[in-house]
Design a protein around this ligand. Structure first.
Ligand code: C2E
Length: 353
């Protein structure tokens, strides 16, 4: 939160702004989540802020302000979210620097070893001369060589320890980076990882002229389901669907992510929409035919179904165009009665048997 806004919220006007923010959210039918509340406080109390400007753009466009839009705005403008992005970038850069240092240390280690060997060879060949003065010289050199070798040995041990420590540090940074890219509930990649992956996939597809397909998946009637069975069971359903969607992604170049609350996405680099359609239809059938139980009572949770939209990337289009296109197909699936997979553009739709 900006320090200016922070001071407003510690002033006598604080409750007035809080009420105004809630009123504004109600007017624009925005859920009063903690994140939305923070954003809409900017809207009412810090009208010149970048956050307020972003919200105004959405309102003026006539679009409905979704949680997803809120997350997007927060990731760009709220200090905490911005900071975590910056930490990640710093971590990435540090990791690269560590690589360079490790390589330099390794080269130094090899050079010192070679030096030791050269000294040993020189000492040996000098030792073969018969003359007393030469023998004394050889002895002195040999002692000096031994000392240098011992010092090199100590240095090598030190360098090896440092290299190990750098390796551990790098692994730790990688783990932090992986955690920041992973959704903790499902262990699938999160939205941030997905955005980056989609951007890279679009660039690669444009560069090679290769096909690229995107599928977006939404659990049907999830809110109603959550209200009926509670959040804990709702989370289990998300985990179950995530496990199936994760398998669609597999271990290869495909990429599965939890894109939002009950929304998932799968990127299919190098594959056309017919392949994605077959994979998602299989997932849809698998999910709708499984009977999930409420763990605490063993009650049958009823049918869990998913709706999916699939679109192919058009060369040169930005990632957002592909997302919009797949989203459009997803809403076509929803409008047509859910539990379906629809293709963008072609408009064809398949339905549960
Ligand atoms: P989880 O509870 O951590 O289970 C992970 C995996 O362990 C499951 O993957 C499944 O392969 C296995 N497993 C766990 N409990 C059982 C069981 O009672 N019988 C059998 N045969 N296997 C079991 P799966 O099936 O992909 O599910 C992933 C996650 O989805 C589960 O994580 C859980 O959070 C949720 N889930 C799946 N089925 C149900 C269900 O019937 N009720 C509820 N509440 N959650 C479920």
């Amino acid at each position: 939160m900006s320090s200016e806004l922070d001071s407003i919220l510690r002033s006598p006007k604080a409750y007035l702004w809080a009420r105004k923010a809630i009123e504004a959210m109600e007017t624009h039918r925005v859920w009063p989540t903690a994140l939305n509340f923070e954003l809409w406080l900017h809207y009412v109390a810090a009208k010149d802020s970048e956050v307020a400007a972003e919200i105004n753009t959405v309102i003026n466009s006539g679009e409905h302000f979704t949680d997803q839009m809120g997350e997007e705005i927060a990731s760009h403008h709220l200090p905490a979210a911005k900071l975590s992005g910056e930490i990640l970038t710093a971590g990435k850069n540090l990791s690269k620097e560590l690589d360079v240092v490790s390589r330099a240390i390794e080269t130094a280690r090899e050079t010192s070893e070679l030096y030791g060997q050269q000294l040993a060879t020189a000492s040996q060949s000098l030792g073969e001369q018969g003359d007393q003065s030469v023998r004394t010289m050889v002895e002195t050199l040999s002692n000096a060589t031994q000392k240098v070798r011992e010092e090199n040995q100590a240095l090598e041990t030190q360098l090896a320890d440092t290299t190990d420590e750098l390796g551990r540090l790098r692994e730790h940074l990688e783990q932090v980076r992986r955690d920041a890219m992973t959704d903790a509930l499902t262990m699938l990649s999160n939205r941030k990882a997905f955005d980056e992956s989609l951007e890279r996939a679009c660039e690669a597809s444009d560069a090679r002229g290769a096909p690229l397909t995107l599928a977006v998946v939404d659990i049907d009637h999830f809110k109603m389901f959550n209200d009926t069975w509670g959040h804990q069971t709702g989370d289990q359903v998300i985990r179950y669907v995530a496990s199936v969607i994760g398998r669609v992604g597999g271990e290869g170049v495909r990429f599965s992510a939890r894109y939002g609350g009950e929304e998932f996405a799968v990127i299919f680099p190098g594959e056309r929409s017919d392949v994605a359609l077959a994979a998602l239809e299989q997932a849809r059938e698998e999910i709708s035919s499984r009977t999930l139980k409420r763990r605490s009572t063993n009650e049958d949770l009823g049918a869990i179904t998913i709706s999916t939209g699939i679109a192919e990337h058009r060369r040169g289009d930005p990632p957002v165009a592909l997302l919009e296109s797949a989203d459009g197909a997803l809403y076509a699936s929803k409008r047509a009665g859910r539990n379906r997979t629809s293709l963008a553009d072609i408009g064809s739709s398949t339905r549960a048997a």
